[in-house]
Design a protein around this ligand. Structure first.
Ligand SMILES: O=P(O)(O)O[C@@H]1C[C@H](O)[C@@H](CO)O1
Ligand SMILES: Nc1nc2[nH]cnc2c(=O)[nH]1
Length: 292
């Protein structure tokens, strides 16, 4: 249930950002969010300054296996970065404002581009377990019935009341990722598609998977879209990808059952390639101060 104390003002966010900046000299321009089982991305950072979420003012704690609960500052091939080794989900019992709070902290730290990863179930018949889907758009199921992180009073210092979302997933960054994937020889498992977020934590029924597939989704998960909305609202560029960790069950004769262990296992198998893809992207992302 929505509680007033879960609403974070500009000054609350600034307080947390200032608290972090007082303890590290790293001034990140790129922020990374690690999905389930994909926390190894944070280990790529050099000269790390690490904060446990429980020590950061107003930060929730990670409660899900595969989400370490650490905010890692450092450099990746010389570029200053901050990385969430573990994200928050609404099904953990946190409000939608709380799970997206780190995006506003990123903004106030000076982040210009956010790279998000997640684990997702594959709905598209052409997808296999282990494929990597560059997200080109999302369907925000909770958002469509009122659970949007921007509900509440709007502070123009973050962004406008009615932000556009038809350009949420940056076209140039998607193209950059595809080019890098080709250079690295990853074409066989690179895909592009639409991500649908649902509330979780139960995995989908067969009828639910069929429904979201018919609505136009290629993969289904329990995160990312709320973070993307808040990141775009405050003018950061967004790139996001889903690792297809399991195939969504769409057939009543199937014996397959979705489970979190399979999700984490698939993450381990693709970890190295994902790390290489993301780290190469980081070295090639250009920033200019006019981006909004
Ligand atoms: O944080 P992400 O979206 O990667 O986590 C997915 C959704 C659930 O938290 C979990 C299910 O296995 O993986
Ligand atoms: N909702 C949902 N989230 C996931 N995260 C990883 N796999 C899945 C899945 O099949 N469904």
């Amino acid at each position: 249930m929505f509680q007033l104390k879960d609403f974070y003002s500009y000054d609350d966010c600034k307080g947390t950002a200032d608290w972090l900046m007082a303890q590290t000299a790293v001034r990140p321009t790129i922020g990374i969010v690690c999905g389930s089982g994909l926390g190894g991305l944070a280990d790529m950072l050099k000269d790390q300054v690490v904060f446990n979420y429980k020590d950061i003012p107003d930060f929730p704690e990670s409660t899900v296996h595969g989400h370490a609960g650490r905010l890692v500052f450092g450099t990746l091939k010389g570029r200053p970065c901050v990385c969430m080794q573990g994200r928050f989900h609404q099904y953990e019992g946190y409000s939608i404002q709380k799970i997206t709070l780190p995006m506003r902290i990123f903004k106030l730290l000076g982040v210009q581009t956010v790279i998000l990863t997640n684990a997702a179930g594959g709905l598209n018949e052409d997808f296999k377990v282990g494929d990597v889907m560059i997200i080109k758009d999302h369907i925000n199921m909770p958002g469509m019935v009122g659970f949007n992180p921007l509900v509440g009073s709007n502070d123009n210092r973050f962004g406008v009341r009615f932000p556009c979302m038809s350009d949420a997933y940056d076209k140039e960054l998607r193209q950059l990722a595809m080019n890098i994937a080709q250079e690295l020889g990853y074409e066989d498992f690179m895909k592009e598609g639409v991500y649908c977020v649902v509330g979780g934590p139960s995995f989908e029924t067969i009828a639910e998977s069929r429904l979201v597939h018919r609505l136009g989704a290629d993969a289904v998960g329990m995160s990312t879209a709320p973070e993307v909305i808040v990141a775009r609202h405050c003018g950061m560029r967004v790139f996001a990808l889903s690792l297809i960790t399991n195939q969504s069950v769409m057939d009543y004769d199937s014996e397959e059952k979705a489970n979190h262990e399979e999700v984490l296992q698939t993450g381990k198998h693709r970890a190295e390639q994902l790390e290489r893809l993301v780290s190469t992207m980081v070295t090639r992302i250009e920033h200019n101060n006019n981006y909004a």
